[in-house]
Design a protein around this ligand. Structure first.
Ligand SMILES: [Zn+2]
Ligand SMILES: [Zn+2]
Length: 159
């Protein structure tokens, strides 16, 4: 899809306002991850991961700082965050796709995850398993189903 065809103009930033970015292409999917890593990075119950093509992420203001972490699956990932307030902006294991920390987006209305992963580590009081979305107890072997569910949900919203 070319940039001029992009349906959403997604913008976001960090808590202090130093980092500002925009997403110029369609997000690929959105899911909640309940792994211990996401609980630690968010200092909360889970992480919200929105997959975005690396080339679609445009830093508009500020300069990101990077920290390298070992992911649950053993691979290294680059963690981008605001050097002032520490808000995590995205994770990237390669230069193709980033996992945007979607709570940093301005428009919260699109933040409806199509899946929950690592549910075996999820807080019990969240009451997962009953939300009509995909649930995986650990890291999915492949994400096809999760990518597909997002495309369907986006299509439904627009038609
Ligand atoms: Zn900041
Ligand atoms: Zn995680």
């Amino acid at each position: 899809m070319s940039k001029s065809e992009t349906r959403h103009k997604l913008r976001g930033g960090c808590q202090c306002g130093y980092i500002r970015y925009r997403i110029v292409g369609e997000p690929l999917t959105l899911y909640a991850c309940h792994c211990l890593d996401c609980q630690a990075q968010s200092a909360s119950a889970f992480g919200l991961s929105m997959w975005v093509n690396f080339v679609d992420f445009e830093l508009q203001q500020g300069e990101l700082k990077f920290w390298s972490a070992r992911a649950d699956n053993g691979s290294d990932k680059q963690c981008a965050f605001c050097p002032n307030c520490g808000t995590r902006i995205y994770h990237a294991s390669d230069r193709e796709i980033i996992s945007l920390k979607a709570g940093s987006l301005d428009d919260k209305s699109i933040l409806q995850p199509v899946a929950h992963i690592w549910t075996k580590r999820a807080y019990e009081w969240l009451g997962l398993g009953n939300k009509g979305v995909i649930c995986c107890t650990e890291q999915p072997v492949q994400f096809d189903e999760i990518l597909q569910a997002w495309r369907q949900a986006t299509f439904k919203k627009l038609n």
